[in-house]
Design a protein around this ligand. Structure first.
Ligand SMILES: [Zn+2]
Length: 551
């Protein structure tokens, strides 16, 4: 439609707007995908006071136009509700993202890793991230022996790509005050051999302790980190992000919440932030919850029931294929049951990290027990990752009112390794079973877990194609449609976080949080989804400044 003709349309409908409320902005002129099943696409959207006033025909939208209304011509581009990140770790991601990179994709050789660490240690204490022996061509072991050989005096701390294992030299453990007599914290452990530390730590609590004394965290500018992280997510198309580890990882407990709240309350805020408090801070929940508003929201508590499958710490029903071990549960069944019930009884939503089938089974048992002891209509119990959930476990999720948030990078990065090495073909094919989850009636989300793929459309691409690093497809039966994939990045995570009245689709009354893409995801080949560019995001109807400092 030419501008001249368009002008006359505006003139005509201006006259009809005398009785109507006037819009602040009207979006038109592109593909607008609403993720609202009642009207999946619309011609135009009118916004008033940060909320959607109308979504429907261009004709009707312009009846809300007066001389103060701004018109935004989308010029053939595609607008969707802003993407919702279902599970990430905002400040942890920022700390690790800016740490020394040891990703196996760029550094597949163990000797190369040691050389990089040596060069870095010559300049000062080292914090590195991304190390992952399961994807390396030539591996060795990072521990006191190998890392002390790199440096005896300079602290070196390496965090596994999964975030569930850390490796340090003696200097790094000493800097954190951890020695052979240090007891294991609840929910984690320091590996020991004959009563002596080995330089390896498992799970979040000990890793956080080791990280806290690292140069990456000491003296870090957390205000800046929170702001930069928010803009980084916005640039990837997100308008709401969900932190599954509030309370961590800043040296002073709960301090992270202050930084994140400040970032989203700035006049030029880039995203909304919501999150789950790590369980040990449960007693602070009600007090922090009082601060909830539209920009920052505390939703529930987070528990880790196991580790990661690629690190052999995910808890399985049967041994790993390549190791004589069933992995590691962080809690006994009765401990987990009690933790879940304690929060649930107070009406607090619970999210449990569970990768292995045994961890998922225990988690669902805890949810079942909690529901028995304290019935609830709609608890939306979350299962984080739910990686190895077969059809039986997915059905069980329905019966205990649970909802999974899958991490599809397990398919892409680890599919091959799971298939041939770690799990074997039968179990590998069951990971991230999107189609089965859909078939049993679950609503679920896809997340990046801040582990490497922040692009929401790349997550959809993996879920839709189930293609692995080598291009082979991991169990085509579990592929889902692009439409379902888009719901998993918008309305379903909105629902999982009790925000569906405000977020997740373009519908009257919801927040005017949008993302503009250069192509329509429904009109490109699924293999090209990740190439779609994010052009702009809007929060409350205001264009978001992505910032110049974004990397
Ligand atoms: Zn996580």
């Amino acid at each position: 439609m030419s501008k001249i003709i368009f002008g006359s349309v505006v003139a005509i409908f201006c006259c009809n707007s005398l009785l109507a409320v006037s819009a602040d902005i009207i979006f038109f002129g592109g593909d607008i995908l609403t993720i609202d099943e009642r009207q999946p696409s619309v011609e135009a959207v009118a916004v008033k006071d940060g909320r959607i006033l109308f979504a429907g025909s261009q004709h009707q939208a312009f009846s809300y136009k007066d001389e103060t209304t701004q018109s935004v011509d989308l010029q053939g581009k595609t607008m969707l509700p802003g993407f919702i990140d279902a599970h990430t770790h905002i400040l942890a991601m920022e700390i690790l993202r800016t740490s020394l990179d040891l990703s196996p994709l760029t550094h597949p050789d163990f000797d190369d890793i040691l050389k990089i660490l040596k060069d870095a240690a010559a300049k000062g204490p080292v914090t590195a991230f991304g190390y992952d022996p399961s994807l390396m061509k030539k591996t060795g072991e990072l521990n006191f022996q190998t890392l002390d050989a790199v440096s005896m005096d300079t602290p070196i701390l390496v965090v596994n790509k999964s975030g569930h294992i850390a490796y340090g030299n003696h200097a790094a453990f000493a800097a954190a005050g951890v020695d052979d007599s240090t007891p294991d914290p609840i929910g984690g452990s320091y590996q020991k051999k004959d009563g002596k530390l080995t330089g390896v730590a498992f799970e979040v609590p000990p890793i956080v302790r080791l990280l806290s004394s690292s140069p990456a965290m000491k003296g870090a500018d957390y205000d800046k980190m929170a702001e930069e992280a928010a803009r980084w997510y916005a640039r990837n198309g997100y308008t709401t992000i969900t932190d599954l580890g509030l309370g961590l990882p800043i040296p002073k407990p709960l301090e992270d919440i202050e930084y994140l709240r400040k970032a989203v309350h700035a006049s030029d805020a880039a995203v909304r932030i919501q999150g789950y408090l790590v369980y040990p801070f449960l007693d602070h929940f009600k007090e922090i919850e009082k601060l909830n508003d539209d920009r920052f929201r505390l939703l529930g508590v987070k528990i880790w029931s196991d580790g990661s499958l690629q690190g052999h710490t995910g808890a399985l029903e049967k041994d790993y294929k390549d190791v004589h071990s069933e992995g590691k549960l962080n809690y006994s069944q009765s401990e987990l049951d009690e933790m879940v019930l304690t929060a649930h009884k107070q009406g607090i939503q619970v999210a449990v990290h569970a990768n292995g089938d045994k961890a998922i089974k225990d988690t669902l048992h805890a949810y079942e027990m909690a529901l028995k002891a304290s019935p609830a209509e709609d608890p939306r119990f979350r299962v984080e990752h739910a990686t190895l959930a077969d059809k039986k476990l997915l059905k069980k999720m329905v019966s205990v009112k649970a909802t999974p948030s899958f991490t599809p990078l397990h398919i892409y990065y680890y599919g091959e390794v799971f298939e041939h090495q770690i799990l074997g073909k039968a179990r590998a094919e069951e990971i991230d079973s999107g189609k089965s989850a859909q078939d049993v009636g679950l609503k679920f989300s896809y997340n990046d877990d801040s582990l490497g793929i922040l692009n929401p459309l790349e997550l959809v691409q993996i879920a839709v194609t189930r293609k692995m690093l080598d291009g082979a497809v991991l169990n085509p039966e579990e592929r889902i449609s692009v439409e379902e994939g888009l719901r998993c990045m918008t309305i379903y995570p909105a629902w999982q976080t009790f925000r569906e009245k405000d977020l997740g689709s373009i519908e009257k009354g919801k927040f005017a949080d949008f993302v503009l893409l250069d192509k329509n995801p429904l009109k490109v080949s699924p293999d090209k989804l990740k190439e779609i560019k994010v052009l702009q995001t809007w929060l409350n109807g205001k264009p978001v400044d992505w910032g110049i400092s974004v990397k």
